[in-house]
Design a protein around this ligand. Structure first.
Ligand code: HEC
Ligand code: HEC
Ligand code: HEC
Ligand code: HEC
Length: 223
């Protein structure tokens, strides 16, 4: 009887040990790898998500940057906008007046490229997911008459705001609708003044900080 009692206790202890050991072993394995939110497809900082969006083309942009000269300037960029941040008008004819755009616009605007018919490089769309293009972009009806509103009469953010020579200039514009940096800052359709010399550096916001505050020059500091 006493023997059976000891065997029973021994068996119970063995089972408990195995149970506890295996549980802690598997729990430990589970926690050894924490899945980052980025890997799950959710962005940690939503405004940062687009920063990496065109990075698969970054090396092409870097190698092609000497091949093309000229192109758009900030003046022509703003000529097509009512004010800073406004959707640019469509400067070319549209085949089907009734479409909202979508795939037919993305054929050219998704990745850009030269269009001989328009004698211009296609600006890449920073927001290909907003497929109802013509909800916001309207065709340009005239370039001659009714040009009283010239965008340059509204203040636009200034460039070359760096703390010292060689420092990364601050981002002078808002981030909303501008998440996808390479769409406007790289490739042959990017305005020359803001065409980036280092499209291959993927994390733009690691070095360029946001500054859309109004600043006024306080003049030289005199002790
Ligand atoms: C055949 C290729 C092609 C198609 C299709 C096309 N575009 Fe364009 N788009 C261009 C080119 C090239 C330019 C640049 C024109 C220029 O700079 O003179 C341009 C310019 C624009 C601009 C001005 C961008 C800026 O920054 O000033 C907008 C807006 C635009 N297109 C919208 C659309 C919409 C909306 C559609 C669909 C209804 C569309 N495009 C279809 C080639 C195309
Ligand atoms: C919700 C409104 C909205 C929709 C829908 C929309 N856009 Fe835009 N788009 C804008 C605004 C606003 C800007 C100007 C961003 C800025 O300069 O601050 C812009 C800018 C652009 C530019 C200029 C980029 C550059 O480098 O100059 C192009 C090209 C463009 N859109 C094409 C398209 C196409 C193609 C579609 C459809 C797939 C589309 N947009 C859908 C609002 C919209
Ligand atoms: C819709 C087009 C567009 C997008 C997208 C965009 N930018 Fe810009 N960026 C501009 C324009 C235009 C300027 C010139 C100042 C102005 O008019 O806002 C500029 C200016 C800048 C400058 C100042 C350049 C200088 O020489 O001082 C920096 C830095 C910059 N942008 C960084 C970024 C970063 C980083 C992103 C991505 C988070 C981005 N931009 C996305 C259009 C864009
Ligand atoms: C490692 C830091 C770093 C990263 C990452 C970085 N930049 Fe820059 N950027 C700089 C510095 C420094 C300058 C000033 C260059 C100079 O004065 O020689 C600059 C200049 C610029 C300019 C002004 C025009 C020029 O090329 O001189 C633009 C526009 C710009 N960067 C955009 C971007 C974009 C878009 C990205 C992401 C693809 C990016 N930067 C990533 C450090 C960085």
């Amino acid at each position: 009887m006493k023997r059976l009692y000891f065997i029973g206790i021994f068996a119970l202890l063995t089972i408990t040990t195995i149970f506890i050991w295996s549980k802690s072993y598997y729990t430990e394995q589970e926690e050894a790898y924490v899945i980052l939110p980025v890997e799950k497809g959710t962005a940690l900082i939503p405004s940062e998500k687009g920063v990496f969006e065109r990075s698969e083309f970054a090396n092409d942009y870097a190698t092609m940057r000497d091949d093309y000269k000229g192109g758009r300037s900030l003046d022509t960029y703003y000529d097509n906008r009512a004010y800073h941040g406004a959707p640019p008008s469509i400067p070319h004819p549209i085949i089907n007046e009734l479409t909202m755009g979508g795939k037919s616009c993305l054929k050219c605007h998704e990745n850009g490229g030269y269009v001989a018919k328009f004698k211009a490089f296609t600006p890449v769309v920073p927001h290909p997911e907003k497929v109802n293009c013509r909800q916001c972009h309207v065709p340009q009806k005239t370039t001659g008459l009714f040009k009283a509103i010239h965008s340059r009469e509204f203040p636009t953010p200034s460039i070359n705001n760096e703390a010292f020579i060689g420092a990364p200039p601050v981002i002078p514009h808002q981030i909303q609708l501008h998440e996808n940096c390479l769409a406007c800052h790289a490739g042959p359709a990017a305005p020359v003044e803001i065409r980036v010399l280092h499209p291959e550096r993927s994390n733009c916001r690691q070095c360029h900080v946001l500054n859309n505050k109004e600043t006024t020059d306080i003049g030289d500091f005199i002790r």
